[in-house]
Design a protein around this ligand. Sequence first.
Ligand code: GLN
Length: 480
Amino acid sequence: MIDLSLAETHKGLKEKKFSSTELTQAYLDRIEKTDDKLNAYVTVTKEIALEAAGKADKEGKFKNPLAGIPMNLKDIICTAGIKTTACSKILENYIPPYDADVWARLKNAGAVLLGKANTDQFAMGSSSETSYFGVTKNPWDPERVAGGSSGGPAASVAADQCVFAIGTDTGGSIRQPASLCSCVGLKVSYGRVPRYGVISYASSFDTIGPVTKTVEDAAMVLNVIAGRSDNDSTTPDEPVPDYTKSLKTGLKGVKVGVPKEYFEGVEKETADAINQGIETLKKLGAKVVDVSLPLTRYAIPTYYLLVKSEASTNMARYDGIKYGHTTDDAKELLEIYMKSRAEGFGDEVKRTIMIGTYALSAGYYDAFYLKAAKVRALMKQEYEEVFKKVDVLAAPTSPFTAFRIGEKMDDPLAMYAADTLTVPAGICGLPGLSVPAGFDKNGLPIGMQILASQYKEENLFHVGHAFEQATEWHKKKPEL
Ligand code: GLN
């Protein structure tokens, strides 16, 4: 039963083929059996899970599609009474007093929390290697990374350690690990899901979304977590459509743009698989046209300047007093700040604070931060223009398949390059979906990225679902 999709699991519960308690126990057993190898979970909430499952069974109706469904949350999503560490030393023992909106909505729908999933520290990274609790390994090859920063959520979905997981995507952190682990990963439009209670990385970029086994599952989860919240003024009032209504199989009348810049510097096997995928879209009736987005070339410097600037200010609240770790080796206030932060943050977080503070400082602000902000505005215009001509864009998610653990850790720029194809959607606030689209000769997964204009998640579900139904990639499972 642990290999079922969310839609199938919901059906099984409703038809009493198994209870939520049996299901939850099966997932807990699976975690126990496989997580030594993967390190996808940093906290397992066994009692809380079994209690929620028991409650769902007692109630017995499973009216909400998420009722009784075992899942996990990336460990930067606040859970009242349950440790939320951002996979950092500074928050190693932090227990939030309140729930993030996204978790409150899921809990209210009856979802069963199995635990908190591993991530790069404060979601900064592309490989989960910056986690204070050790790297998450790729279920397809444990010598390789699961991607990041939502490596835990992606590996746990791929390895059937949960039905679905919730991650965050600032510049690729859901889509890239989903691609590297062969699952479905949805980055929503900026504002579609409230950020309240999710530890901030870059506040004008951060989004929250599901990692799932199928496209249908992603639509089902989004139905529950999307929509306005009074706790987050960046969530629009727009009603949330029933996203499962957009799961059609034909693509007649759908216009797909193929941006040539998204194929530059991409590994040949990945490019071949995506071109093959685009042929499939054509066969399903889509009209495919070539498009060009020349500013994509500036996406990496633009993204990292802006994101690190925002993050450097967000990190200021971790002063060793208000939250988490306090040094025991200081006598006066400034020394407490400095030592607590020096001891509590990992290298990538420190790099972030240095780059961001530099880019924002007097004299450099105009040359770096302001310039990047202007490029961001131009990029948004460029993407808006393209979406007047096409319904979606189709491209690779990652320029390469899963790399070896340690391979890029000493070279931050090589690591940043892993996000070349995912950061534009972060910069422009656009939704994007990664769907399984093949394997390379080493048996490593390849993902196809579909992008749409803001709040057009429906287009992603339509094209993603049609593609998935016409292919078998999502059915392949790693051997563990
Ligand atoms: N690797 C990118 C970064 O470090 C993306 C991370 C994310 O989306 N959270 O900024």
